[in-house]
Write a protein that binds this ligand. Structure first.
Ligand code: SAH
Length: 251
């Protein structure tokens, strides 16, 4: 029986792919990868006769059509998504199709671009006394966003935010954020995190639009917002010498 693996390709750097994901890609008979942001380098050790498809040029029916056609052929299919497939990966509709047709599948997680971006900025989203919450979200585009999740509503929480799929509408994004965040709230734009042409812009909410426009960034970027990008915070309880927990007594 054919089996489909949904694999998180990571943000771009081929070494940020899991060992499990790499093993499956290298053994796969069929590879269907999201061409816009999956680095083709991660496919370089594919089997000689593997069939390779770029899903950026395909419809859902074409993708699931391949999976169904191969159902009885004992194929290994690697369906490769950018970052981690659980975030804006559109895997659920594929999973439901496979489930409905009795085709086995498994999901292999990946490094999401929002964690890769934090690593590049050497930042921690969950700083004590600053924010203990990270909001991953996007502005409404052709995909609708529930009314309770409008950026202006989420901004009221003053949490750390990672905003996906929105850099092309940066004016509107910042306008909505400024209804709740202060103008001098630190923010950063990370374009193509971990790729050779990665770009980082750091600024304040009231300056970032201009920086984004000057650098002509209109896609493949994350906007990170929040005081976690500042330096003031309290040290964690986890390593506090006056604090006991499951694996260490206070001293
Ligand atoms: N599943 C992916 C997100 C897919 S949605 C993940 O976990 O990262 C595509 C959006 O993700 C892009 O518009 C951009 O906002 C962000 N993105 C994906 N890869 C990126 C990268 N390498 N650098 C910056 N942003 C990235």
């Amino acid at each position: 029986m054919t089996k489909v693996y949904f694999i998180g390709a990571g943000p771009g750097d081929p070494e940020l792919l899991t060992i499990k994901g790499k093993k499956i890609i290298d053994q796969a008979d069929i590879i269907i990868y999201a061409g816009s942001l999956v680095n083709k380098e991660i496919l370089k050790d594919h089997k000689k006769d593997a069939q390779i498809y770029n899903s950026a040029e395909m419809t859902l029916e074409e993708i699931t059509g391949i999976m169904l056609k191969e159902r009885e052929n004992d194929c290994l299919i690697a369906r490769v998504h950018t970052g981690d497939p659980s975030i804006y990966g559109a895997i659920k509709e594929q999973i439901d199709f496979l489930h409905q047709h009795g085709i086995p599948y498994q999901v292999i997680p990946g490094v999401s671009s929002f964690t890769a971006a934090a690593a590049i900025l050497e930042a921690e989203y969950t700083l004590p006394s600053v924010s203990q919450t990270v909001i991953c979200t996007r502005i409404e585009g052709r995909t609708k966003v529930p009314a309770e999740e409008k950026l202006s509503a989420l901004a009221k929480h003053q949490s750390s935010m990672a905003i996906f799929l929105s850099i092309g509408l940066i004016d509107q994004v910042i306008q909505e954020l400024l209804t709740a965040y202060q103008e001098d709230t630190p923010c950063a734009v990370v374009y193509k995190a971990s790729w050779p042409d990665q770009k980082i812009l750091k600024g304040k909410l009231n300056q970032i639009v201009q920086q984004v426009k000057e650098n002509q960034i209109s896609k493949h970027a994350l906007l990170l917002v929040g005081r976690f990008l500042d330096t003031k915070y309290e040290k964690s309880k986890l390593y506090d010498k006056n604090f006991s927990h499951g694996t260490r007594k206070s001293r």
